[in-house]
Write a protein that binds this ligand. Structure first.
Ligand code: SF4
Length: 378
């Protein structure tokens, strides 16, 4: 299992709500952001002892659009975390950002403060598709943000792209990837558009029906994406994630391997030694509970060893590293080849996975069918 401790910090503010978004995000309000920063400082002091003297190997600041907050506020948060919990030398410190929310000065200040990995929500390099997504930035803004981030000293950059968009052809998806590759990112996350019923997109569109691409077009986009990205040196290491070797996102990898991570902020999820939790999603409620000395929990769950093993399998089947059998054996107190004999046989029969070097490893076809593969074990 993963050794390093992580921390996920959620800052839910965005310039506006995108019509496809079902994340815990809301339109920025200066007063609310100030109150949340004050609440986070109090909550951080309270949770810091849970690290039990382990320093952080990774910190991931996500949202929302956390980079909307002033650089000084983000630097102050990072300083408080470093002082109260501590960061390992060489810790990965990631920040999510929208291309429109960054200036060269801000990027320089963020880099100086200690952020060393920047994840940019590019989403597409087509002006038309960005408009359809309700995004406020332009393709040119993404290019400028990458150039400025490089000048500021960021050597570990991720670009987020979405495919399967309304009116998007396979050729347009390829054009997006080519434009991304021209910027030489170290990492690329490629997500299929998902439709949640409670979003405007979810009410407007039906999967596989025009103007959304058909299922066949989606498969074509996925296959050509893998070929194109791997040709460009970005190797697929998780269903939706590609990286130059050695530059995979360490924070996400640790969480996928059942690692421990603290959490901070409204809606943030955490996991420590088989206990997982989520904080209340509403920033005002989060601050109110913190102010009253309560733990702002929306959910807390102690996982049984069987549930932890299952979670390792479900997450591991989404990664090229797969799952370590020894970890499963420890959790189940028995040989996982025996415990999961039925699902393993079916996984092999369908050509979705195999056992090698003490691990259960998904095949390429298995990665493409990760949800169905996981269901064999559920
Ligand atoms: S920027 Fe991202 S988190 Fe914010 S509303 Fe849009 S999709 Fe959601």
């Amino acid at each position: 299992m993963a050794a390093g401790l992580g921390l996920y910090l959620h800052l839910p503010f965005c310039p506006a709500r995108c019509p496809y978004c079902d994340f815990n995000a809301k339109t920025y309000d200066h007063g609310e952001a100030r109150r949340l920063l004050a609440g986070l400082a109090v909550h951080l002091r309270r949770i810091a002892p849970r690290a039990q003297c382990r320093r952080l190997a990774t910190l991931y600041v996500g949202g929302g659009t956390p980079a909307m907050l002033p650089a000084a506020a983000l630097a102050s948060l990072l300083e408080q975390i470093a002082r109260l919990i501590g960061l390992e030398p060489g810790a990965e410190v990631s920040l999510e950002a929208n291309p429109g929310a960054l200036s060269p000065l801000k990027l320089a200040a963020l880099r100086k403060a200690g952020f060393n990995r920047l994840s940019l929500g590019a989403q597409s390099f087509s002006s038309e598709l960005l408009r359809a997504l309700g995004r406020r930035h332009t393709p040119r803004a993404t290019v400028r943000a990458v150039e400025a981030a490089r000048r500021a000293g960021f050597t570990n950059l991720n670009l987020d792209l979405i495919y399967g968009l309304p009116g998007q052809s396979a050729a347009m998806a390829t054009a997006d990837l080519m434009a991304a590759l021209e910027l030489s990112p170290e990492h690329l996350s490629l997500y299929e558009l998902t439709l949640s019923p409670e979003t405007p997109f979810g009410r407007r569109y039906r999967p596989g029906e025009p103007p959304l691409p058909s299922d066949g077009q989606i498969v074509e986009m996925e296959h050509s994406a893998k070929a194109l990205l791997e040709d460009g040196g970005l190797m697929r290491y998780e269903v939706s994630n590609y990286a130059r070797p050695g530059l995979e996102c360490r924070h996400n990898q640790a969480t996928w391997q059942g690692g421990d991570y603290l959490s901070l902020g409204p809606g943030a999820h955490g996991h420590l030694a088989g206990v997982r939790w989520a904080y209340v999603a509403d920033p005002s409620e989060y601050c109110r509970m913190v102010d009253q000395g309560q733990e702002p929990l929306a959910m807390r769950e102690e996982l049984s060893a069987e549930q932890r093993a299952l979670e390792l399998i479900l997450l591991g089947l989404r990664t090229v590293r797969g799952v370590e059998l020894a970890s499963l054996a420890v959790l189940r107190g028995a040989d996982p080849r025996r415990v999961y004999a039925g699902p393993l046989a079916e996984l092999r029969r369908r050509g979705w996975g195999h056992l090698a070097k003490g691990r259960l490893i998904p095949t390429e076809a298995g990665l493409d069918m990760a949800d169905a593969a996981a269901e064999l074990f559920a």
